[in-house]
Design a protein around this ligand. Structure first.
Ligand code: ZN
Length: 222
């Protein structure tokens, strides 16, 4: 079984479509680690693609913020502004869709969560010390997380936590969309990057009146 692991799409349709095109035929199942919406200009279209392709996903902090289940005061100014925009933009059926997303999901070979098992939509795992409580809570040897928008691999006592990086708003200095292919038979993870039409996404964000800072960071991948 080969899995395509995607995370932090953030309403970036151009990036999502490009990754799906590249991953087509290479994996048996695609799985999403949350933050389908927020920041980007196409939250509805991204939800529609996940529903249509039966891509299983957990909820991220931007889903919880959009639903009003996480206070906007918790987010920084630009993120809160984009969430406010997303709340007005998201159609009722897609609000229903993100409302139905679980906090964690278990697969035969691994578990998935947006942030961490200790604090599923809030905590950022960036280094081993932060991840130790989550390693303790893991019931499988492998966990996929998103949320930081940076590719990452952490290991502790035979267990692994992997982050594929972000589809729609990479923050590791590389503006290309990031994802991962996991081969469950071999236990191999391969991190991949793909170019997409960043200018098209940026233009839609300007038209939508989304914060300039969010528009500009896409070009720099930060
Ligand atoms: Zn995110």
């Amino acid at each position: 079984m080969r899995y395509g692991i995607i995370a932090d799409i953030h309403g970036n349709l151009e990036a999502l479509q490009k990754v799906l095109l590249q991953v087509e035929g290479k994996v048996d199942q695609i799985i999403c680690l949350g933050d389908i919406v927020g920041y980007g200009p196409d939250p509805n279209e991204c939800c529609e693609i996940l529903k249509k392709r039966k891509i299983l996903s957990v909820a991220g902090n931007h889903e919880k913020g959009t639903l009003g289940e996480l206070e906007l005061a918790w987010f920084n100014k630009n993120a809160a502004e984009a969430i406010g925009w997303t709340q007005k933009e998201l159609r009722p059926e897609n609000l229903q869709f993100i409302k139905g997303l679980p906090m964690t999901l278990d697969f035969p070979e691994f578990q998935i969560v947006h942030g961490s098992l200790l604090n599923p939509v809030k905590e950022y795992l960036t280094k081993l010390e932060e991840a130790l409580p989550t390693f303790e809570l893991m019931t499988k040897p492998l966990l996929f997380v998103g949320h930081t928008h940076r590719p990452l691999e952490l290991k502790d006592k035979g267990k692994k936590i992997l982050n594929p990086g972000s589809i729609g708003q990479p923050r590791d200095g590389d503006p290309r969309a990031a994802y991962l292919i996991f081969d469950a038979q071999k236990g191999d993870a391969e991190w991949l990057r793909v170019d997409y039409n960043i200018e098209a996404t940026q233009e839609k964000m300007r038209q939508a009146g989304l914060p300039v800072f969010l528009v500009e960071r896409l070009r720099r991948g930060v």
